[in-house]
Design a protein around this ligand. Structure first.
Ligand SMILES: Nc1ncnc2c1ncn2[C@@H]1O[C@H](COP(=O)(O)OP(=O)(O)OP(=O)(O)O)[C@@H](O)[C@H]1O
Ligand SMILES: [Zn+2]
Length: 614
């Protein structure tokens, strides 16, 4: 046990998994393992086997069996899942009772912090001193840039647009930045203003970071990246100073791209959530960011991109002109997009068939998967093949990998079942068909059943009518279109689902407005009671009798609209079904597809549309 007994060594030692198993696990010396960064397993070792002392049992923070230990060794793990499995296997093989399996803790920021608190109070002191030192350094203007800013100057790691599959629209939008970064002089001479920043908006794992990196690659400029959560530390003053450092470095490297991932962590609307302390820190970090963004002119050639999946939560100050005044949306890939993403990730894998053979099949098996999920499938399949001693990766391995990843996603409620998919397809088709055949509804652009984030399952996107004045007919048709989803479920599936909740809410609001605000109802008359911010009883302008009339009117109007919608869907039943099936196959339908199924829209557009860019 020579190597492992050198207790005078400084700091934790790296060991192999084999050594871990034979010399630590088997004799029962492992207290627990902390996995940090999904890549390192830190081993906390007990002084003697199975000997719990009171001080080892940490007050409620960890279960009693975690029982402390000292952080002495670490080893690299492959993937987290693989590691978990291997650890389990090994313990089973050693005949350890599953109840006594070594606890594994996954270190997030908080756990890491707790870990320090619990196991090494002295470390805290050291870390504090270290940071205090850094802050002072920062204040004095000594020292280099922020150590967590990743500047990737290694040409080998360069990413280009070809490495990002799908999201063509986003690529096109971001091209403008590429042109600018390649030739800032030209823009400067012409006096053209290029937006300083853009938000890349999309669900997790859809390639926001990848696209930002590719933009740097295409432009041939350095890529500086940092994650919003990196700004947030427990020590006051670190956030703002990191922002300063980041931008100091950016100005030095200009022209360049700065990418701030998870900008929500700092950019969340002020006055929301967070534990106190972290709150002020976030605010001052955000302020510093605003100052920096205002501070550099476009000429300095720094483009700031930021990733988020909740743009609505962001502080409005961030979205003002001259800051992140553009939004580039990246959606989850449709079946074609997934095919392309698979092709990219299959390149690195030894397959039993042509990549396109697999990619097509795999795309069909993975509705709702993000690019990151797909990368995961490929990696996992290769691991499974390796474990089963295969020499090539086959469809079987891929299927097993998909099952496994769906399992994980299901826990997060991100995958919809086949049956749900069908319901969603019929629901969305109902909206689309209703909109198509209602004269005053807005023409459709796109129908999709690709889930977006966790909330809406599918959606129909229509050209919103920009007329500020709406007629009663328009509002009635819009109501019917909004009810089209529910009506299709009822008529074609015979069962209704909760999928229409959002629609119904919209309909209720819209109808209430017509009855009680716009004076469209004869029974209520030409009175207007706009809803108020504080909806307490006191603030109601009308009597309970009027309230009863309003309620009754709203109910009657919605019913009338629903009857009309059901009738319309009945009339076009075949087309709804046809469209739903096409939707299940292609996941996204554009206007051309709609024309194919539904024929030309029987109405002339009211006005030339302003939406040529679609
Ligand atoms: N369009 C795509 N083409 C190819 N690979 C992709 C694509 N989208 C995602 N990936 C894969 O998924 C990985 C993770 O994507 P990335 O980190 O860019 O996602 P993200 O949108 O920034 O996620 P998050 O919101 O979680 O930060 C990428 O490194 C890449 O391997
Ligand atoms: Zn709907």
């Amino acid at each position: 046990m020579g190597l492992l007994l050198t207790s005078f060594s400084f700091g934790p030692q790296q060991i192999s998994f084999q050594e871990f198993k034979n010399k630590l696990l088997e004799p029962g010396l492992v207290g627990h393992i902390v996995v940090s960064n999904k890549s390192v397993g830190k081993v906390y070792v007990r002084n003697s086997p199975h000997n719990h002392t009171d001080s080892e049992v940490i007050q409620g923070t960890l279960p009693a069996k975690d029982s402390g230990g000292e952080y002495k060794y670490y080893f690299n793990i492959g993937s987290v899942e693989f590691f978990e499995e291997k650890l389990e296997e090994v313990q089973e093989a050693l005949g350890i009772d599953p109840h006594d399996f070594v606890p594994v803790i996954y270190a997030s920021k908080v756990v890491w912090y707790q870990e320090l608190m619990i196991f090494a109070p002295t470390l805290i002191l050291l870390v504090t001193l270290f940071y205090a030192g850094r802050i002072i350094q920062g204040r004095l203007g000594v020292g280099g840039g922020s150590h967590i800013t990743k500047v990737d100057k290694n040409a080998k790691n360069k990413v280009y647009f070809k490495d990002v599959a799908g999201c063509d629209e986003a690529k096109q939008e971001i091209m403008e930045y590429v042109h600018f970064l390649k030739n800032p002089k030209k823009y400067e001479e012409l006096g053209a203003k290029i937006p300083k920043g853009a938000l890349l908006v999309g669900p997790p794992g859809t390639g926001k970071t990848l696209l930002a990196k590719a933009t740097a690659g295409e432009s041939g400029v350095p890529f500086l990246s940092i994650s919003g959560s990196d700004f947030m530390e427990i020590f006051v003053g670190v956030g703002p100073s990191r922002v300063r450092n980041l931008f100091r470095e950016a100005r030095k490297s200009a022209p360049c791209i700065v990418f701030i991932d998870e900008i929500d962590a700092i950019g969340q609307a002020r006055g929301r959530g967070g534990f106190s302390g972290a709150h002020d820190e976030r605010e001052s970090t955000l302020n510093q960011l605003l100052v920096e963004m205002d501070g550099f002119g476009t000429i300095s050639g720094v483009v700031v991109l930021a990733g988020t999946n909740r743009p609505n939560n962001l502080d409005k100050a961030l979205l003002r002109p001259g800051r992140f005044d553009r939004q580039i949306t990246i959606d989850k890939p449709d079946i074609k997009g997934r095919d392309q993403i698979f092709q990219i990730h299959l390149k690195k894998i030894k397959l039993d068939h042509e990549p396109s053979y697999h990619s097509q099949r795999l795309a069909a098996l993975t509705p709702g998967f993000s690019g990151a999920d797909i990368a995961n499938v490929c990696n996992e399949a290769a691991l499974i093949a390796a474990r089963s001693e295969g020499t090539q990766v086959t469809m079987k391995h891929f299927e097993a990998a998909i099952d496994r990843i769906i399992g994980g996603l299901e826990k997060r409620n991100l995958v919809i079942s086949k049956l749900e998919r069908r319901t969603v397809a019929y629901h969305e088709s109902g909206h689309a068909v209703a909109g198509w055949f209602l004269e005053h509804a807005d023409p459709l652009l796109k129908v999709t059943i690709v889930p977006r984030g966790t909330a809406a399952l599918g959606f129909t996107q229509y050209v919103p009518n920009e007329n500020l004045l709406m007629t009663k007919e328009q509002l009635f048709d819009m109501t019917c279109m909004t009810l089209g989803g529910r009506a299709a479920e009822q008529v074609l599936i015979g069962k209704i689902s909760t999928g229409a909740q959002d629609d119904l809410e919209k309909v209720t609001k819209m109808t209430y407005a017509q009855v009680a605000v716009y004076g469209f109802s004869d029974k209520v008359g030409l009175l207007s009671f706009p809803p108020r911010e504080d909806s307490s009883e006191m603030s109601k302008l009308y009597s309970s009798k009027t309230a009863a009339i309003i309620d009754e009117e709203v109910r009657e109007w919605v019913n009338k609209a629903y009857v009309r919608t059901v009738q319309l869907i009945e009339e076009h039943k075949e087309q709804v079904a046809q469209m739903a099936e096409l939707l299940l196959e292609k996941e996204v339908l554009h206007q051309d597809d709609l024309v194919l199924v539904l024929g030309e829209r029987p109405f002339k557009p009211n006005e030339p549309t302003h939406y040529d860019r679609f």
